[in-house]
Design a protein around this ligand. Structure first.
Ligand code: ZN
Length: 232
C-alpha cells in the first residue's frame, strides 16, 4: 500500500509540494508571498523567518486536522478513510495504511493550502517529515503510564489518545482527529481524553470489516471503498 501510495503521489504531482511552493513564490501567489515578506523572499535565519516557518507549519497542521475531520464526516470520503480504520490491530504499520485515493486527495488539499498561504518550501519539508514521523509515533503499539500519558497529551497526541480515535464506538472515533499536537481537538471541541473502555480492552477496527484473509489482501483493500457497507 505504501508503494502504491508513493507511486500515485509521485505521478500526480511530479514536482512535489516543494515545487508548488517554489512556483507560488516565483509568481507572488499566496498570503505570505503577496505581502512580500523579506523572510520569504530571502530566506535567512532571523527571528521573523523562523516565526513565519513555525506559523506555516501550524497552519498546515490545522489544515490536516480539518481534512481528517472531513474524511470522517463526508460519506464518500469516509469510504476511503475507512480502509485505514479497518485495521484490527493498531500499530506502526497502521500509520502507513492509507488508500491511494485518500493520499491523492490529501495531496491536492495540501497543494491548495501551499498556494493559498504561499507556504515556503522549508516549512513543507519540516511539516512532511514531522507528519510522517507523528503518524508512525501515534499509531505505535506502546503505552505510557496513565499519569505521564495524561500530562503529555496536553501537548501531543499520544498513542492512547489516538487509539481512542480507532475505537469501534462511533462517538469515540469521531474525535481526536489531530496527528501531532492536541490543541486543534481542544480548540474545535473534538477531544476525548478517556474512552469508555480502558486502553487495554478498547475494541478497535471496524465490526463490518473483520480481519479475515479475504478483507486484507492488497486488492481487497484497494476495492474496499466500493463495497456496499463502506459508507457506514
Ligand atoms: Zn480517522
Amino acid at each position: 500500500m505504501v508503494i502504491i501510495g508513493a507511486l500515485v503521489s509521485r505521478s500526480l504531482l511530479p514536482t512535489t509540494l516543494v515545487g508548488v511552493s517554489m512556483w507560488a513564490q516565483r509568481e507572488g501567489v499566496g498570503l505570505f508571498n503577496a505581502i512580500k515578506m523579506d523572510v520569504v523572499e530571502s530566506p535567512g535565519s532571523g527571528p521573523e523567518h523562523i516565526a513565519v516557518i513555525a506559523l506555516c507549519i501550524l497552519l498546515l497542521d490545522m489544515v490536516i486536522y480539518w481534512q481528517h475531520r472531513f474524511f470522517h464526516t463526508i460519506p464518500i470520503l469516509w469510504r476511503f478513510h475507512k480502509m485505514h480504520h479497518a485495521d484490527s490491530h493498531v500499530d506502526t504499520t497502521t500509520g502507513l495504511r492509507f488508500h491511494p485515493v485518500e493520499i491523492a486527495i490529501s495531496l491536492a488539499i495540501k497543494a491548495a493550502a501551499v498556494v493559498l498561504f504561499g507556504i515556503p518550501a522549508v516549512a513543507i519539508v519540516i511539516f512532511e517529515v514531522a507528519l510522517n514521523g507523528f503518524a508512525l509515533f501515534n499509531h505505535a503499539n506502546i503505552r505510557l503510564p496513565q499519569k505521564w500519558d495524561e500530562k503529555l497529551s496536553w501537548l501531543l497526541i499520544t498513542q492512547r489518545v489516538h487509539r481512542i480515535h480507532h475505537s469501534q464506538d462511533k462517538a469515540e472515533s469521531n474525535s481526536n482527529f489531530g496527528f501531532s499536537v492536541s490543541c486543534w481537538d481542544r480548540l474545535f471541541n473534538s477531544f476525548t481524553p478517556r474512552a469508555h473502555y480502558s486502553d487495554e480492552t478498547l475494541p478497535v477496527g471496524q465490526k463490518d470489516v473483520p480481519a479475515r484473509k479475504e478483507n486484507t489482501g492488497v486488492l481487497a483493500l484497494l476495492l474496499q471503498p466500493f463495497n456496499e457497507h463502506s459508507s457506514k
